[in-house]
Write a protein that binds this ligand. Structure first.
Ligand code: IPE
Ligand code: IPE
Ligand code: MG
Length: 243
């Protein structure tokens, strides 16, 4: 729930689009001598709290990295546990997202997930399709390099068919093919757990995003940490190559 403090603007320059690499669930569990699955479960609680807080603070778009195209390399049991938690999240939180006028979006090739998960995701997307409020984009089986490859192939196919000249393949044309095309430009990219890499997330979109790496493990990341991140963003001076 939005607290009084959370509903106050936390910074003069609010980021319109915040993305989070939610990392550290496994280490959170290991610290407690719990199975990794317990860390992922705690991570879902953090998702709930942070998405609510982002809405309360007026963030227009929040993109969460939930499953990368490389996460298939994990043991099958962990992968299916993550799918189970995605279903749990949708079943528990969809009504609230609908009520709160949230536009749910998915980036990534989620159709490679098991059929029941795909059906649930499609239903959730359909039920928030008419909403007009803040965007919650969840990255499922997402990889930025594949996203760029697909964009390049589509544009090349159009050029090869003579529908567009090669010179029409510019930055705007590529952006129009990205899965984030409906979202505002990425302002702030946060990664939890102390790792300082992008792990194939939003490579194009991050070109001029402010990057923030925090040591907090994802299950411990809460509304106050988001407020701190947004405050830190407000202190940054973005120059875009100018002065
Ligand atoms: C992030 O936590 C969640 C997913 C990648 C789905 P991790 O599971 O990567 O946690 P660590 O990095 O092992 O601590
Ligand atoms: C990135 O975390 C993916 C998600 C948070 C979903 P990983 O834990 O998979 O990244 P690496 O393997 O440490 O780069
Ligand atoms: Mg990790």
């Amino acid at each position: 729930m939005a607290t009084a403090a959370a509903s106050q603007p936390v910074a003069q320059h609010m980021p319109r689009h915040v993305a989070i690499i939610m990392d550290g669930n496994g280490r959170w569990a290991a610290q407690r001598h719990l199975p990794r699955a317990a860390g992922h479960r705690a991570g879902v609680e953090a998702v709930r709290a942070v998405t609510r807080a982002a809405r309360a603070m007026g963030v227009q778009a929040l993109t969460l990295y939930a499953f990368s195209s490389e996460n298939w390399r994990r043991p099958a049991e962990e992968v299916s546990g993550l799918m189970g938690l995605l279903k749990f999240f949708i079943r528990n939180d969809l009504a609230e997202l609908v009520r709160e006028n949230v536009r749910l979006r998915v980036i990534g090739d989620y159709r490679r997930f098991p059929a029941d998960v795909v059906a649930l995701v499609d239903d959730a997307l359909g039920r928030t399709a008419a909403n007009t409020g803040p965007i919650l984009a969840i990255a499922l089986n997402y990889g930025a390099q594949a996203e760029l490859v697909t964009a390049a192939q589509r544009l090349a196919a159009r050029a090869a068919a003579g529908a567009i000249p090669v010179e029409a393949i510019d930055g705007d044309a590529i952006e129009a093919e990205l899965e984030t095309r409906e979202l505002p430009p990425l302002d702030l990219l946060i990664r939890t757990s102390g790792e300082q890499r992008l792990s194939n997330f939003l490579l194009w979109q991050a070109a001029y995003a402010e990057l923030l790496f925090v040591d907090t493990l994802w299950p411990d990341f809460g509304p106050d940490d988001l407020a701190d991140a947004i405050r830190a963003f407000g202190q940054r001076q973005r120059r875009y190559g100018g002065l």
